[in-house]
Structure formats: structure tokens, C-alpha cells
Design a protein. Structure first.
Length: 432
């Protein structure tokens, strides 16, 4: 339990720091899009980059490489986090998982309903998935600003809610924002998927082996018409979550090897004189790798990269909105703003209240209803995931600009509302 708490604190710290970098990238993108560099910025994003071997070739624009390839890596890390939460985290038991899952469900249904109330049958109807999303980096980043004033249980609740929300967003993208499916490529995807599963069963631990086979799975999904980021999530679930050595087996090996090193040591002798010491040290190094589950090792390795490189790159490629023609008075913009600011707060709070009222779930220790309302407001920070869904939902430049400007406004309002609620209205925590 202590180990899980330490890992969660590190996770929260990364998300909070990443939110600052993501915000800086967003400001930079908006500044460039509204400067004399706008034309060059747009031309760069639409420049094709690819590989060619004779008559065979594959190329995509810079923006598509970011949205389809780098974001697939981000979704891969999200998939690792989801798998970990289902195994040992807040989603690992039905009782503990029900509250954040039901709250996330309410926080998806109500915003979509609010949006459709304003856009059903109109040109912007396809954007109903935009206000359903929660940006975990910004939401937890705002929560981190409140420090110890916020109950620890609320931090865990919001993180679990955001992860459950990610699951919902992945399903929405896969089911409703997929174009024409090329079944031949989808059938071919079963080959690398079967290989990944076989590697899991054989407990292959080499990250590059999974990366190589996962890349083939990604290309198959990209060619099939299903969004390539879904391949990232599927690949994540094939990564082994069990270490080859248990903690006690690891310590026993280390104890034996350390005793051997001490027994054969010659004081003052050069370390290269006796290979046996070096061999024992390498045995300990190999045992160390085998004592950490591949899932945990890969997540630790990739999480900083996706937080501090992939998401800022996504913001730079997608958040550049020219102020001209990007008003927030259209049905599309109003649907997104009301969906994220009002719908999220109402949906999360109402679903959580119903779950507790009917006895299927309990509030975390130290968490009151004002805390839940504050978390519901923070869940309205859609940003990254909302921008991602907006890219899939809108083909027209006008609706896209309206949606992105609305996402900005709504995320800022939701963040300020959540912060003010938890800072000035909800009682301070007594975490001890």
C-alpha cells in the first residue's frame, strides 16, 4: 500500500509538471498562429514526411505523424496505466471502482446530451464526443496547486475518474469516429496481435521486441481505417504485468551473489583481475531487470517522454487557432462550453451522488460532497482529449476553429471554477 502511494505521488507530480509544459506549448502555438509566422507554421504542419523504397512509399504530413504516431504512443501509455489500475489500482475491485467509473459515465453522458440539445440535426452534430473528455494532466495539475488542502482520497478519485474517462474516450473513438473499415488490413492486424500475445505468454521482456511488433500492429490499424491510436491501447494490454522474479526471490539471489563477491574479494586488487566478481555483479543486474514487471518498466520509461514531449508536440500541432473567425457564439461552441463546464460538473456529481445514495459505492475517506463538486468541475478541463476528438469529428475549418476556441474557453473556466470550489468552498483536508 505504501509502495502504491509512492507511485501515485510520482504519477501526480509528473502530471502537474507536465501540465506546465503543455500550457507553455499551447500558448506558443496560439501566439505563432496569430503572428506573421502563421503561414510558415501551417505549411510546416502540412509538409509530407515519409519513406520510399523503389516504387513503394509511405508518407504523412507532420501533423498526421503527431496525431497518428506520437499520440499512439501516448495512448499506449494510457493503456498501460489502465491495465495497472485494473490489476492493483483504484479499479482493481468492484467496490472501489464503481464510484469513479459511474462518475465518469455520468460525466460523459450528460455533456454529450447537453451538446446534442443544441446541435442535433445540425452541421455540428458529429461533435457530441468533444465535451465528453477529461484532460488528466491539467485536471491533476490544478489539483496539485491546492496541495495538502485537498484530501488524498479526492486526488485518487479524480485520477481514477480521469482514467475511466479515458477508457470511455477510447471506446467512443473506436466505435463512432472510425471511417470506412478495410477488413483485409484489420484481418492482417490479427497477426502482430497474436505475436504480441504469444510474447506475453512466453514472458518476453525486451521493450524493443514489443515496439517492433507493435509498430506493425499500428501500421495495420492505420491502413484499416480504424484510428491508429487504438492500436496503442491494444498493444499495451499485451505487456506482461508480472515480474519473472518475486521480491523475495530477487533478494535471495542478491544475497547469495553479494556473499560470493565478498568471499572472492582481494583487497587492493584491480576489479578486472577476477572476472568472477564482475559476473556476480552482472547476475545481480539481470536479476534486477527480472524483478520489475515489463509493464511497470515500460510505463516508467515512457511516461516522462509522453508527458514532456508527445503532449506538448500535440499542442503545438493542434492548438494554433487564429483569433479571427473563431467565435464562441455558435451552437458548436456553446454546446462544447456548456457541455464541459455545466454538463461535466452536473454529470459527475449526480452520478456519484446516486452511486452513494443507492449504496453501491462509498465516498473516499475525508471526501465530502463539496469536494466531489470541485472534482466534477475540474473534469470539465477537456483540452488534449477534446482537441483530439474535435480533429476526428470536424472536417470543416469553421467548425474546427469554433470547437477548438470553445475547448480553450471551457477548459479555462472549468479549471478556475474547480480551483475556486476546492479552495474557498470545500473544507480543508485533514490528511494527518
Amino acid at each position: 500500500m505504501v509502495q502504491h502511494g509512492r507511485v501515485f505521488k510520482e504519477f501526480l507530480h509528473h502530471q502537474a509538471a507536465g501540465a506546465v509544459v503543455l500550457l507553455a506549448a499551447t500558448v506558443a502555438a496560439v501566439a505563432v498562429a496569430n503572428s506573421p509566422l502563421a503561414a510558415a507554421y501551417s505549411a510546416f504542419l502540412h509538409t509530407d514526411i515519409g519513406l520510399r523504397f523503389g516504387t513503394l512509399g509511405f508518407a504523412q504530413s507532420v501533423q498526421h505523424w503527431v496525431d497518428d504516431a506520437l499520440m499512439a504512443l501516448f495512448f499506449f501509455v494510457v493503456g498501460l496505466e489502465i491495465k495497472r489500475e485494473f490489476i492493483v489500482g483504484e479499479l482493481s475491485s468492484v467496490r472501489s471502482a464503481l464510484l469513479p467509473i459511474l462518475a465518469a459515465l455520468g460525466g460523459m453522458i450528460v455533456p454529450a446530451a447537453v451538446y446534442l440539445a443544441l446541435n442535433a440535426g445540425g452541421p455540428g452534430a458529429a461533435g457530441w464526443g468533444v465535451p465528453m473528455a477529461t484532460d488528466i494532466a491539467f485536471a491533476l495539475g490544478v489539483l496539485a496547486l491546492l496541495g495538502s488542502r485537498v484530501p488524498n482520497g479526492l486526488k485518487v478519485f479524480l485520477a481514477a475518474l480521469a482514467i475511466a474517462d479515458d477508457i470511455g474516450a477510447i471506446l467512443v473513438i473506436a466505435l463512432f469516429y472510425t471511417g470506412q473499415v478495410h477488413w483485409g488490413w484489420l484481418a492482417f492486424a490479427l497477426v502482430p496481435l497474436a505475436l504480441l500475445i504469444a510474447m506475453n505468454r512466453r514472458h518476453v521482456e525486451a521493450p524493443f521486441a514489443y515496439l517492433a511488433v507493435g509498430s506493425v500492429l499500428w501500421f495495420a490499424f492505420l491502413s484499416s481505417g480504424i484510428h491508429a491510436t487504438i492500436a496503442g491501447v491494444i498493444a499495451a494490454f499485451t505487456i506482461p504485468a508480472v515480474a519473472r522474479l518475486s521480491p523475495l526471490e530477487f533478494t535471495n539471489i542478491c544475497r547469495v551473489k553479494l556473499k560470493d563477491i565478498e568471499a572472492i574479494d582481494e583487497p587492493g586488487a584491480h576489479t578486472l583481475k577476477d572476472d568472477r566478481q564482475q559476473e556476480r555483479a552482472l547476475d545481480i543486474q539481470r536479476a534486477t531487470l527480472h524483478s520489475v514487471a515489463p509493464l511497470q518498466r515500460i510505463e516508467w520509461a515512457l511516461h516522462p517522454f509522453t508527458t514532456f514531449a508527445v503532449l506538448p508536440a500535440f499542442a503545438l500541432a493542434n492548438a494554433g487557432i487564429p483569433f479571427t473567425g473563431a467565435g464562441v457564439g455558435s451552437p458548436v461552441a456553446l454546446g462544447i462550453i456548456l457541455g464541459l463546464v455545466v454538463g461535466k460538473l452536473a454529470g459527475v456529481s449526480l452520478a456519484a451522488w446516486l452511486a452513494v445514495r443507492t449504496g453501491v459505492a462509498d465516498l473516499p475517506a475525508g471526501v465530502g460532497w463539496r469536494h466531489v463538486i470541485g472534482a466534477g468541475a475540474l473534469a470539465g478541463i477537456g483540452f488534449t482529449m477534446s482537441l483530439f476528438v474535435a480533429n476526428l469529428a470536424f472536417d470543416g475549418a469553421v467548425e474546427s476553429a469554433q470547437a477548438k476556441s470553445a475547448i480553450f474557453v471551457a477548459s479555462i473556466v472549468a479549471g478556475l471554477l474547480g480551483y475556486a470550489t476546492l479552495r474557498f468552498w470545500a473544507p480543508a483536508a485533514e490528511n494527518g
